[in-house]
Write a protein that binds this ligand. Structure first.
Ligand code: PXP
Length: 254
């Protein structure tokens, strides 16, 4: 049993997104709770990576958080960012293990959709190249859409992250037929992307109730989960919240 759990873990990594620890800190302009402390705890609790999104408006993670994470983490940092010149310069200065390109709108509450690679394919190809050359594993956050996946290959991104937000929203609203249709789309597009040689990640909005069908998709190598885990940590503590998510992921794979 132990060996198979270890095997399952090797095949499906958990990246813990700590943005909303910073949201709580920033609500009062205090020095606490510290995202770095949460990241170190997540690392101890079994996370294989930490994700942090430095937004243009610095509404949660700020520049000094990225510097602290780079200085103290011993697991990979997945640096989420918009494809802007400012963020590229920050990524090239820090050279995190991974960079995930996401669309960003000031007025949105969270990353609402995937990046539309087709709309700016030439610019994104040129944008990705120096990040790749600097040794960052570049992933592109996209909707489960065939044309976007093909475009990710053309711009030479080695990884895509499939947006699970629509699937989770349908589940939360009780729209089960739409939820199941979205799940089929996610499964088909994970297989399609994998067949083209892309590494496939998934995330956004995942909870204990929605993680299992996504964790079961055999092509998915990494899940990035944040908001739910930070919320759950209020009641059970971060270590227990992460351990339970990890348990569900392992169980889905066994
Ligand atoms: N993956 C990406 C690319 C994201 O933008 C986010 C949200 O920042 C997540 C995963 C995590 O989403 P959530 O916080 O809803 O779990």
């Amino acid at each position: 049993m132990q060996a198979s759990v270890t095997e399952a873990r090797k095949k499906l990594r958990l990246g813990v997104n700590i943005d909303h620890v910073a949201t709580v800190r920033n609500a009062r302009g205090s020095a606490y709770p510290e995202p770095l402390r949460a990241a170190l705890l997540a690392q101890q609790a079994g996370a294989e990576g930490i994700t942090a999104h430095l937004r243009e408006d610095r509404r949660h993670i700020v520049d000094s958080d990225i510097a602290a994470l780079m200085a103290h983490l011993t697991i990979p940092l997945n640096f989420e960012m918009a494809a802007t010149a400012e963020m590229q310069a920050i990524a090239l200065a820090h050279r995190p293990h991974a960079v995930c390109l996401v669309p960003e709108k000031r007025e949105e509450r969270t990353t609402e959709g995937g990046l539309d690679i087709l709309r700016e394919e030439r610019r994104l190809a040129a944008y990705v190249a120096p990040l790749r050359d600097a040794g960052c594993r570049v992933s592109i956050f996209i909707a489960p859409d065939r044309a976007q996946i093909e475009a990710a290959v053309r711009i030479k991104a080695p990884v895509i992250e499939l947006h699970t937000g629509a699937y989770c929203d349908h589940h939360a609203q009780g729209h089960m037929a739409e939820r199941d249709a979205e799940l089929v789309r996610l499964a088909e597009m994970a297989a399609f992307a994998h067949s083209l040689g892309l590494e496939v990640h998934a995330g956004h909005g995942l909870t204990y109730d929605t993680v299992t069908p996504i964790a079961r998709l055999p092509e998915v190598a990494e899940l990035n989960i944040g908001h739910f885990l930070i919320g759950e940590a209020i009641f059970t503590g971060l270590t227990a919240a992460i351990a339970e998510m990890r348990r569900l992921m392992d169980e889905a794979r066994l």
